[in-house]
Design a binder for this molecule. Structure first.
Ligand SMILES: [Zn+2]
Length: 578
């Protein structure tokens, strides 16, 4: 009987902002998917209309990721949820009067994917800013800046960046003088592709108030030349003022830009994001929701700067509803691999030291403890093996508070691990939030860490240890295309297949495991596994309709997969031919 376990709708006050009908008040537990958010003031029943008439989605190959019904013939959707899955004729026979049918034309359906680590505000802005990703030299980077100049008025900030000196013919750190020569009449501050370094010109340094006398900020560096003058390179916490500037509105109307980014993400089969950007993104998403234009599910992490205020406002991880929900607080333990600022137990070759401990261990412990006590999970950015060890030490130290508040902490990136830390991470129940595309992208520096016995981008090892691995893109650092991520996860090669057989191929995982990391694991990380991640009866009707069966094609075919249609809450939000 296909209707055995559907009908969640009576239990879920979708977006009502009210307790779920008569009876006891909602449990005020973090991660409870049905606790409405008193702060968000989610007054609408739905962020925008969900089809009231039930719909039968038929004539497709369904991969539901539901082990009980992995490949049903059809899905019956009502009120935003999957009501039943099974043989089309049987569903049709039992469907409520007025059920409409959508013929999917022999396409392939997978659950909607969630990007578990994405900076959607930055992505949205980047679609309008300087993009030096294609530059293969300093000269090409400078030419790229010169090319956008006509779009700006004199004195207007020029932001963006995405430069990566590791990919330049002569990999040198650039300086302000070269930028001054191209761009003397505008302040320019260009963030490196990993987001941890800024390359600024003289006018930008002046406006940022950086002089000879400015001390290094805690956890950051203002690089200086032999004469003591700032070179224009700012590292780690020294880039924060530029991030603030970029978030201040000098770069345009964020809700408008997010609308465009949302359409782009839907076109890639993404139905949910774990957004890592700041409160500006949350405010913009709420505007989209008010305008009935929100079509992506947003799990919103908090910036560290907002922790105190959030605690004071009574915000806890898990509050919200299935559209906008509060997540963990993001804390930076270290820097990045590309900038050689990740915190390693052995230094990178070339004398750049052990990396940067952006948050010291005592601070990390204090912050994690403060957050956990207030019912807020932590998401700690840790790339180097030493950083990961310290984060796990801190999470082990607060495990009682964590258990008491039923929190799911996460580590973002988890790129290099000491082998002994792998079982520790699994045993602590920490979610490994990882980005498969970083593996091929970091190829130029991976040789530097080979032979150290580290578990690097260790998806196989982590899964075998029983850890939850959730995948994302870190977009705009990488293109937010999850099919590129699936390809990287199963091959560990670049798009063109290098290196042959994959880098450390023993860490490859299967397509089913990789898709799980884009669907089920992000839902678990967000405490939403009863709502999202599979297409079982009772789950939200969020899915992507593909032109390719990713389970039968080769890796190149997976990478090139196109999305025909994306459905969130039972409503078609994107159509390729539209
Ligand atoms: Zn990130």
């Amino acid at each position: 009987m296909p209707f055995g376990h559907g009908a969640r709708s009576s239990a879920a006050p979708e977006g009502s902002g009210l307790p779920p009908g008569p009876g006891p008040a909602p449990r005020a537990l973090p991660c409870d998917p049905f606790v409405a958010d008193p702060v968000a003031g989610n007054r609408r029943r739905h962020p925008y209309p969900v089809p009231v008439t039930p719909t039968l989605f038929a004539n497709a190959i369904f991969h539901t990721l539901n082990p009980a019904q992995p490949h049903p013939e059809a899905l019956l959707v009502a009120d935003g949820f999957v009501l039943a899955a099974g043989p089309a004729a049987e569903l049709r026979a039992h469907a409520p009067a007025g059920t409409s049918t959508v013929d999917l034309g022999n396409a392939v359906v997978i659950p909607g994917m969630t990007d578990a680590h994405i900076h959607t505000a930055s992505l949205a802005r980047s679609m309008h800013e300087v993009d030096l990703r294609g530059a293969g030299s300093l000269a090409e980077a400078l030419a790229g800046v010169g090319a956008v100049l006509p779009r700006y008025r004199v004195g207007e900030w020029i932001l963006g960046g995405w430069w990566d000196f590791n990919k330049w013919q002569v990999p040198v750190q650039p300086d302000r003088t070269s930028l001054d020569a191209v761009c003397p009449r505008n302040p320019v501050a260009l963030t490196s592709t990993d987001g941890h370094t800024v390359w600024a010109n003289s006018q930008a340094l002046q406006l940022l108030g950086i002089t000879r006398e400015t001390p290094h900020p805690a956890g950051g560096e203002i690089v200086r030349d032999a004469a003591g003058e700032a070179t224009g390179i700012l590292r780690e916490s020294a880039v924060y003022p530029v991030r603030k500037l970029a978030a201040s509105g000098v770069s345009g109307n964020l809700p408008e830009q997010l609308r465009e980014a949302q359409r782009y993400l839907l076109s890639l089969g993404i139905t949910g994001v774990h957004d890592i950007d700041g409160a500006d993104a949350l405010a913009a998403y709420r505007i989209l929701r008010e305008e009935e234009g929100l079509a992506l599910r947003v799990h919103k992490l908090l910036a560290q700067d907002d922790l105190e205020g959030s605690i004071a406002a009574g915000i806890r991880t898990g509050q919200g509803d299935s559209w906008i929900r509060h997540g963990a607080v993001k804390i930076f333990a270290d820097g990045a691999a590309g900038s050689h600022t990740c915190h390693m137990s052995q230094p990178f070759p070339g004398g750049t030291g052990h990396g940067v401990e952006v948050t010291t261990y005592p601070e990390l412990l204090a912050l994690a403890g403060q957050a956990a006590e207030a019912g807020i999970a932590v998401a700690v950015h840790a790339i180097g093996d030493r950083a990961n060890t310290l984060v796990l030490d801190a999470l082990a130290a607060i495990r009682d508070t964590t258990a008491l508040n039923a929190l799911r902490h996460r580590i973002e990136h988890v790129q290099f691990l000491q082998p002994a830390d792998v079982p520790r991470l699994a045993e602590l129940g920490v979610v490994a939030s990882m980005q498969p595309q970083h593996c091929p992208s970091d190829m130029p520096i991976l040789g530097m860490v080979e032979g150290r016995g580290l578990a690097s981008y260790a998806w196989r090892t982590l899964l075998d240890a029983g850890a939850t691995v959730a995948f994302g893109s870190d977009s705009p650092v990488e293109v937010p295309n999850p099919f590129h991520g699936l390809h990287a996860a199963i091959t560990r090669t670049t798009a063109t297949g290098e290196p042959d057989g994959g880098w450390e191929p023993q860490e490859r995982i299967s397509l089913a495991e990789a898709l799980h990391a884009y669907c089920v694991a992000p839902a678990f990380a967000a405490g939403e596994e009863a709502l999202k991640g599979t297409l079982a009866p009772g789950m939200l009707a969020d899915f992507a309709v593909l032109d390719t069966d990713i389970f039968t094609t080769d890796p190149a075919g997976i990478r090139d997969t196109k999305v025909r249609m994306t459905v969130t809450g039972g409503a078609v939000r994107y159509r390729r031919d539209a």
